[in-house]
Design a protein around this ligand. Structure first.
Ligand code: SAH
Ligand code: SF4
Ligand code: F3S
Length: 471
């Protein structure tokens, strides 16, 4: 090898690619990992094909999510057949859940790292020797060597790791995720999150505010505060309502959203901040999970249908035009037909603008899996319940959205729409609107009249001259 080529190789930066699944917290962790790697000299690869290190940042919330990811990791193994030096890592919640067993199932995976270990990513990668691809010529499982045991070393919970003082690599110029809390202290009986993300930890409010100020200085107008039960946030004298108010008052921040609040921590003070602070979006995602008290109790949600409805009444009274969304699980073990019907009734009562609807998925190690076998709902019944709740929700959503037609709303223009000549934006209440426009408007707040709806999204038209509108 001649000297110039050798030098080029030595100085060539390694490229990393992170592919994220799951919730916004996980997506935010993906940006954190890229930031940590970039600070150590890595470049960000545009595609997996272009990368020296691929990290698949996984979710464990439902069986289906895990199956998809395992399939994807298998696909990436094909790249490794051509490039044996390629490093494949699995990070995030499924990595934490499966740990070393993942290395046995997928011998071509080099690194399994849980959500508390990302700070060590560059050091761990530097010590890795990539495992062989699992090609036709090499079917046997590798012996778990010293190098292999190094690969599983990154699964401990770190009670003080809040990833302070690290640069994240943000993907959006318009909206920034800001985790304010990690982990969860609730123990909903169906849920894997407390087991894969550990106990609740809250960040120092001063650090959060400093981050939000930097975001505003970078010209990003929207922040989304993240936590598994974000409104249980508590740090010294600061609770979530105080934090939200302070964030909403940072100069340059036009919109603040937060997700997911737990109904039990929705305090009057928080409702007041939502009503008073113009930057706090008129949008609330309040997961209910079920519309029946017995199921709620068995899920260990710690509220009743009546207390939940009372919260909704209070917040709606304080924040007119509030858009509400929720999460629902149907076919929790032991859910009777009448209990399922009660969930449908709750949907009819609340009339959610949006809803994320799931079929119960057993997660090993969670209390619900220990319920008597005969309580588990047969797949056909579960599927029918899911389809029923989806149909009802879509119907309600379309009715609500038809009622919005003719209104003029402020839209933050996000990107070109699929239809050429259209752009896509989001309203304060998180509704998506496509309208004829110029991609040069991306990043601007414009007034748009809602003219038609597809059910879930809107079509609109600009009101007035964009040049005269506030930026
Ligand atoms: N921390 C958030 C939710 C995180 S998980 C909260 O408490 O609101 C997002 C949603 O996934 C949950 O609200 C729930 O509706 C759903 N979910 C969680 N575990 C599930 C399981 N085992 N099966 C089906 N859906 C589940
Ligand atoms: Fe899971 Fe419940 Fe914690 Fe949400 S509050 S993450 S559903 S245990
Ligand atoms: Fe999934 Fe982990 Fe989020 S399990 S939903 S990625 S916290």
């Amino acid at each position: 090898m001649d000297v110039p080529r050798l030098m080029a190789q030595v100085s060539a930066k390694k490229k990393a690619y992170v592919e994220t699944y799951g919730c916004q917290m996980n997506a935010s962790d993906g940006e954190l990992m890229l930031g940590i790697l970039a600070a150590q000299g890595y470049e960000v690869a545009a595609t997996p094909e272009d990368a020296d290190v691929i990290l698949v940042n996984t979710c464990a919330i439902r069986e289906h999510a895990e199956q998809r990811v395992l399939g994807r990791v298998g696909q990436l193994n094909q790249l490794k057949l051509e490039r044996p030096e390629l490093v494949i890592g699995v990070t995030g919640c499924m990595a934490q859940r499966l740990g070393p067993t993942l290395l046995e199932r997928a011998p071509y995976v080099d690194l399994v790292m849980g959500p508390d270990a990302y700070r060590r990513l560059p050091q761990v990668l530097a010590r890795l020797r990539p495992a062989a691809a699992n090609g036709a010529q090499r079917r046997e499982l590798p012996v778990l060597s010293k190098a292999a045991s190094l690969r599983v070393a990154a699964l401990d919970f770190q009670p003080h790791e809040n990833y302070e003082d690290l640069e994240v690599r943000r993907t959006s110029r318009l909206s920034a995720w800001v985790p304010v809390q990690r982990g969860c202290d609730y123990r909903c009986t169906y849920c894997i999150v407390p087991y894969v993300r550990g106990p609740e930890k809250n960040r120092d409010p001063e650090k959060i505010l400093a981050e939000v100020r930097r975001i505003a200085q970078d010209g990003i107008p929207e922040v989304v505060l993240l936590g598994q039960t974000v409104n249980s946030y508590q740090h010294g004298e600061w609770d979530f309502s105080r934090l939200l108010r302070a964030v909403a008052r940072v100069d340059g921040i036009r919109r603040v959203r937060f997700t997911s609040p737990h109904p039990n921590d929705l305090t009057p003070a928080l409702v007041e901040v939502m009503a008073q602070e113009p930057a706090v979006c008129k949008q609330l995602h309040l997961p209910v999970q079920s519309g029946h008290d017995r199921t709620l109790k068995r899920m260990l949600r710690r509220y009743t249908v009546a207390s939940y409805l009372e919260q909704i009444r209070l917040v709606r009274a304080a924040v007119p035009d509030l858009a509400l969304s929720t999460d629902i699980i149907v076919a929790f073990p032991g859910e009777t037909e009448a209990e399922y019907e009660a969930t449908l009734d709750l949907l009819r009562t609340v009339r959610y603008d949006d809803a994320f609807l799931y079929k119960y998925s057993p997660r090993a190690g969670t209390p619900a899996t220990r319920l008597p076998r005969e309580q588990f709902i047969p797949e056909e019944v579960a599927q029918a319940r899911l389809e029923g709740v989806i149909a009802l929700h879509r119907d309600i959503q379309a009715q609500i959205n038809r009622g919005e037609l003719g209104r003029v709303v402020e839209v933050l223009v996000e990107r070109p729409a699929r239809t050429p000549g259209d752009v896509l934006g989001r309203t304060d209440s998180n509704k998506v609107v496509a309208f004829p426009g110029d991609p040069a408007w991306i990043g601007r707040f414009l007034r748009v009249r809602l003219t038609a709806t597809t059910g879930a999204t809107f079509v609109g038209e600009l009101v007035g001259d964009p040049a005269l509108q506030v930026a």
